[in-house]
Write a protein that binds this ligand. Structure first.
Ligand SMILES: [Zn+2]
Length: 106
């Protein structure tokens, strides 16, 4: 990664710059690319339902949760991907359950 002070290139594992010894910020808040897959999958719920408050809450909540979990870099990548998958599955399950409940009412 690049040093923010002297712009020299350091190894990804370095915690401080080898040239000017300024601390290198860990990429803790960055979002891994695979997280957007789950965000899109959750975000598709209100799109498919053509709006509505409940699908918006399910989709938005699921997408937000996936982003939060994906950014929790203290957890292993495998665990975070598994949790995001679980969140997405639960979000879609809630959506399908809601649709079938609405259909039963009609
Ligand atoms: Zn430096």
């Amino acid at each position: 990664m690049k040093c923010p002070s002297c712009f020299s290139l350091n190894a990804d594992s370095d915690t401080e710059c080898v040239f000017c010894h300024s601390p290198l910020r860990r990429r803790a808040a960055t979002t891994p690319e695979w997280a957007y897959l789950f965000v899109v999958l959750c975000g598709a719920i209100p799109v498919i339902s053509l709006g509505g408050a409940i699908p918006a809450v399910i989709g938005g909540g699921g997408a937000g949760l996936c982003l939060t979990v994906a950014r929790a870099h203290s957890w292993s990548k495998g665990l975070r991907m598994f949790l995001c998958l679980g969140i997405t599955v639960v979000a879609w399950f809630l959506f399908v359950a809601m649709i079938s409940a609405v259909m039963r009412l009609r």
